[in-house]
Design a protein around this ligand. Structure first.
Ligand code: BTN
Length: 251
């Protein structure tokens, strides 16, 4: 079991940035940085993550698994399953996963995950597992660009949500994930496949400037997305090379 060491900050630029500063200075596995508000919350592919004060759970956890960077890349998908577990345990509501790791409720984005690794040649030094869950937002708390595509737990459940209880369940789920990683990959892959909403849908693949229509057929053995193009050709794409837009709504 990991013994989590939690640091709470009212305001920080980004909990991932703060965690990485402390990890670079030698913090041990199990450090967790939680903030009431982020001034520069970050998402994947250079996007920002809206982090208004007191509305969301903005959390980063430090893991130092004994593994190589190529294997650690899958931890971003494992984290999506673990966060679904934590939310379900706390709120009796299980989100779906939009490949690779956005969590979705009622067709809208509930949570984003940003896992960043620090490597030393072929050695992984650590992973910063960053999780942003929309907890107490009302619709107007989301800025217009995402107002029509985002949702919070309290919006979905129609009642306030206890953020402290959610944090406890989330850390328990991350603990189970860390204990299983990487040995119990088959089980986590199976659960990822069960939770993934992208499979069975038409998607738009964005690769640099290029956009391509495709059909999502499945999840490969390394958590890549197996797609079929209109000409019948198949490919397994990874989250590092493409991002996916749904053809119907956010998913
Ligand atoms: C995404 O939607 O692309 C990922 C968003 C990840 C947001 C979380 S909030 C806690 C941690 N700190 C950050 O700056 N980002 C992650």
């Amino acid at each position: 079991m990991i013994s989590w060491q939690t640091v709470y900050l009212d305001t920080v630029d980004s909990t991932n940035n703060e965690l990485k500063r402390r990890a670079d200075a030698g913090a041990p596995e199990g450090l967790v940085v939680i903030a009431g508000r982020q001034t520069s919350g970050r998402g994947r592919q250079g996007r920002s993550f809206q982090s208004p004060a007191g509305k969301g759970l903005y959390l980063s956890a430090l893991l130092r698994p004994e593994t190589v960077p190529a294997e650690a890349a899958a931890l971003t998908a494992w984290t999506a399953v673990a966060v679904c577990d934590g939310i379900e345990a706390a709120c009796s509501l299980r989100p779906g996963i939009k490949w690779t790791n956005d969590l979705i409720v009622n067709g809208r984005k509930l949570c984003g995950i940003l896992v960043e690794g620090r490597t030393d040649g072929q050695r992984l030094r650590y992973l910063a597992v960053g999780i942003g869950i929309n907890v107490g937002h009302a619709p107007e708390d989301f800025e217009p660009p995402i107002r029509s595509t985002a949702v919070s737990l309290s919006m979905a459940l129609g009642k306030p949500v206890d953020s402290a209880g959610l944090t406890v369940h989330l850390l328990q789920a991350l603990d189970r994930m860390r204990a299983d990683f990487p040995a119990r990959k088959a089980e986590w892959l199976s659960r990822y496949r069960q939770n993934c909403l992208t499979v069975g849908r038409r998607v738009m693949l964005l690769r640099g400037e290029e956009m391509r229509d495709a059909f999502a057929e499945g999840i490969g053995d390394d958590f890549g997305l197996i797609v079929r193009y209109p000409d019948g050709r198949r490919e397994t794409v990874t989250s590092g090379e493409v991002s996916v837009r749904g053809m119907l709504g956010y998913v």
